[in-house]
Design a protein around this ligand. Structure first.
Ligand SMILES: COc1cccc(COC(=O)c2cn[nH]c2)c1
Length: 257
């Protein structure tokens, strides 16, 4: 997979070069390119923002640098020929996905991560200030499949942190990135439930003991105990993830988790 990120703070994305995702890049499983939006400005101050039409506090990101940067992304992703020149207009059949982290986006979920992990390329636009001139998204709609995406109902100073979270959630699903693909199956949200509690040695620690069932070697009992713990935890912490019927059995008991 090829991922392009456009930001006024490219160094913010440096951690994506570390650990599993860094190794994925060395192994050629992931190709990550970060573009500095200011490289697409041509005034002395490398201006990327201006005051909002209609008034209001804060600044808005100017359209032209974004169009130039995103055109560069299209060329880099092979979506258009390099000689297409300025504003080449609507292009190739498959429009690459452009994700715009935004408090006004659809909430990012594990299901979305799996879906996006199937894409050959992804582009991310990191907004700052009060946001990006809306006309950029209108212009981009003809060239990308534009997806405003939110990490949750809170506001960040910019899209970079959201991009790091999404690139990690998506990148780890790519074949070969995590050592044991089995570990992707039994994790929170993989089966629509929160994951069960985990323990390791010693079996007794500061007066706290590992649940006996996990020491029994009885894999059938262990599996059903783990499922019960998933259901109790989900009912207690994220009841909205369960449809009504499943939550009933653990009514009052969920506080035990
Ligand atoms: C597109 O314009 C802007 C403007 C300001 C901040 C941001 C960054 O995104 C978030 O704040 C966010 C993402 N998920 N939840 C919150 C984008």
């Amino acid at each position: 997979m090829r991922i392009d990120v456009v930001s006024i703070f490219p160094d913010y994305l440096a951690p994506l070069r570390l650990s599993l995702l860094g190794r994925a890049q060395e192994d050629g499983l992931l190709d990550l390119a970060v573009h500095d939006l200011r490289d697409f400005t041509f005034d002395r101050h490398r201006t990327v923002d201006d005051t909002p039409y209609g008034g209001g506090a804060g600044m808005v990101m100017k359209a032209e640098p974004w169009a130039l940067a995103l055109e560069q992304v299209l060329v880099a992703q092979g979506a258009v020929a390099g000689n297409a020149g300025h504003d080449a207009g609507p292009v190739a059949a498959r429009r690459p996905v452009l994700i715009v982290p935004s408090p006004a986006g659809a909430v990012f979920t594990q299901a979305m991560a799996y879906e996006l992990a199937e894409e050959p390329t992804l582009a991310f636009a990191c907004g700052r200030y009060e946001g990006i001139d809306e006309r950029v998204l209108e212009w981009a709609e003809q060239r990308f499949e534009v997806r405003p995406v939110s990490l949750g109902d809170y506001v960040l100073n910019g899209g970079e942190v959201a991009v790091m979270a999404m690139v990690e959630a998506i990148g780890r699903l790519l074949p070969g990135v995590v050592g044991n693909p089995e570990s992707l199956v039994e994790e929170s949200h993989a089966d629509g439930l929160l994951e069960y509690p985990v323990y390791t040695k010693p079996s007794s620690w500061r007066g706290h003991d590992v649940p006996e069932v996990l020491l029994s070697g009885n894999h059938g009992k262990i599996a059903s105990w783990r499922l019960e713990q998933q259901l109790r935890r989900t009912a207690a912490r994220r009841p909205e993830l369960l449809d009504g019927a499943d939550a009933a059995p653990f009514g009052k008991a969920e506080r035990a988790v």
